[in-house]
Design a protein around this ligand. Structure first.
Ligand SMILES: [Zn+2]
Length: 226
């Protein structure tokens, strides 16, 4: 996921996170006509705004609800429980709060990323909250506290939904418009509505899950971008 004017970067998943996640993988079988379930394991490197996280979840349901049933778990509390869903692990970097008093860091770079190893898209995604804050600086500054929390939660969801699309639809390609397009503007992040186009939603709904083998995870150091 790039922002307009951004650059692609290659980021690796920490080996510890990869190792932890190996114990979480489960097989699931989606019966014809059943709603596909996905368990999202989150890791915030800094404590997020609770209100923004609630808006994140609500927006994810609005974007992916027509295709998926989402379950949320903290990666820190994962204990190898048997989850009857397919799993995506997402790491949120930076300050995931909407406080306009915090100056943007001007780091540039991607809004999010998905890990790829040997051409295989893995269920490990990242969201760069500092980059989101930077891109939305003007929108956040012009909003009330309540509006900022909602706006920031929605923006995190749009970046995460984009990265999950790559894994769920098993494609590195982008759409012309909607959540799956290659580049986001501040308006895409801060605007009232951004959804998948019907083709991309159908891909998410109908593609078969690729079950990642434990050997892949134990090999460590996957890297990729997109
Ligand atoms: Zn992408």
């Amino acid at each position: 996921m790039q922002s307009v004017g951004g650059t692609r970067s290659i980021l690796a998943v920490p080996a510890l996170m990869v190792f932890q996640t190996a114990t979480l993988l489960s097989q699931s079988v989606v019966a014809p006509g059943a709603t596909r379930a996905v368990a999202i394991y989150t890791k915030f490197l800094e404590p997020p705004s609770g209100v923004s996280v609630e808006h994140l979840k609500a927006e994810m349901d609005a974007i992916l609800g027509p295709a998926l049933r989402l379950e949320w778990y903290s990666l820190d509390q994962a204990n190898g429980q048997d989850v009857k869903a397919d799993i995506v692990v997402v790491k949120f970097q930076g300050t995931c709060g909407s406080n306009a008093q915090s100056p943007p860091l001007r780091r540039g770079g991607p809004l999010g990323w998905t890990n790829v190893v040997d051409g295989e898209i893995l269920p490990f995604a990242g969201v760069n909250c500092d980059r989101i804050r930077e891109l939305m600086e003007g929108n956040l500054a012009a909003s009330t506290d309540t509006e900022r929390d909602q706006m920031f939660g929605r923006a995190m969801a749009r970046v995460l939904a984009h990265e999950m699309y790559h894994f769920l639809a098993k494609t590195a390609r982008h759409a012309v418009d909607g959540v799956a397009k290659a580049r986001y503007s501040a308006t895409d992040l801060a605007g009232p509505c951004l959804r998948f186009e019907e083709d991309q939603l159908r891909q998410v709904r109908t593609s078969q899950f690729q079950h990642v083998s434990k050997a892949h995870h134990d090999a460590g150091a996957p890297a990729g971008g997109g």
